[in-house]
Design a protein around this ligand. Sequence first.
Ligand code: PLP
Length: 475
Amino acid sequence: MTASATTNGGYLSSTSKTSNSHKSSKTNSAILHRHIHHEPITVVGASGNYLELSSGQKILDATGGAAVSCLGHGNVKVKEAISRQMDQVSYCHSLFFGSSAGEELGRELISSTAGRMARAFIVSSGSEAMEAAMKLARQYFLELSPPQPNRRNFIARKESYHGTTLGALSMSGHVARRALFEPMLLENVSKVSACNAYRGMQQDETTGAYVARLAQELDDEFVRVGPETVCAFVAEPVVGAALGCVPSVPGYFQAMAAVCDKYGALLIFDEVMSGMGRTGTLHAWEQEGVVPDIQTIGKGLGGGYAAVAGLMIGYRVLNTLDNGTGAFAHGQTYQGHPIACAAALEVQRIIRREGLVENVRRMGELLSSQLKQRLETHPYVGDIRGRGLFWGLEFVRNKETKEPFNPKDGIAIGVHEKGLQPQYSISLYPGTGTVDGRCGDHVLLAPAYNCTESDITLIVDTTVKVIEDFFANRT
Ligand code: PLP
């Protein structure tokens, strides 16, 4: 156990040294990365599933950053699409102009919903998408006939992460990431429990009873806040950074949607991390039996080839604005950026043409079965959960009681740093118990959608080795 990690507002930083970290007490870096005194590990090349460091070391990117690089690195077709767009038009302001790349991306996205969604809205990050979703929900109620101006509250979930800007952070339950900024966060966002079978379900409780209990909790929260004041219930279909790939139990989202319907509130799905194919369907809601009114998308949209995210807007909301002011009162300089749209369009076309969502399902089954087979009996692996190519391993101090590690032990960052050592050379995405110590450290695995059976086997073999060696001397 070599790591001595500190949490930096919930963004993990570590004081331990790895052979490739180039960390020192003084840095010549001109860019403020997360930690003032650390120089970053410089990536000088990237191809397929590998990152190449300035030291020459090649790192197996088992997480695509934070579940971003869905096509791996260095895709030539995406590069050419970006280059073509550069030749055509690199920028125009979306207030006055549109681009054909933006239009085609919108059509691609809408047709992927089989008519369930009406429009797409393109921004540059998941946080911006969440901010836009909040404002759109509020505007929807102002433009209803008759208007409902008292709708200003949001109900989100305790175990969640929706972004780093103040509105998105207000909706997030991630305690460590909120802590410093708590006095600045919005007061019109309250929280209910997320659905987490491993930690939330009581002994001997059936799935149905668990769902009913969570639905009652949401119903009670609507009543407490005042049902006529709530704009929307906001949730990640599969909880990413805050919990580590936790899907809901069957029937959960249908029950939550029924509560929203009862009180006339919107349902907003944050699919920034879990959407665009990551969980085995292009949209995570396809597996939940519900269609959200507003859906945010991000990481897998552009696969890391451009800073791009967006909203998918359902007919209920779009038609209301159409009958009202006819415009969404929200605009940004880089909204619908043509190069970002061209990159995302090519990424989405590749996913569709190459049948990559189907590959996510097939490789996901292999990943899940290999992880369970190899790690289920490990004394410090408490839970293995996920969907598609989005899997989390939760570490616990005590398997029987599910007692999490103390966040100060730096377990997740320690596993991540162990992985970067030359004998393993793998990148695993770490996260640490975020909700009042009630959830443990975890690492995420999110391989590229076009990975092969041998890629999966290599990822699992290496991950198992890292975890076994990391915990080897622990008593
Ligand atoms: N929503 C979810 C579910 C996320 O995982 C993230 C980022 O990790 C965000 C929103 C914010 O996205 P971004 O970091 O692109 O602003």
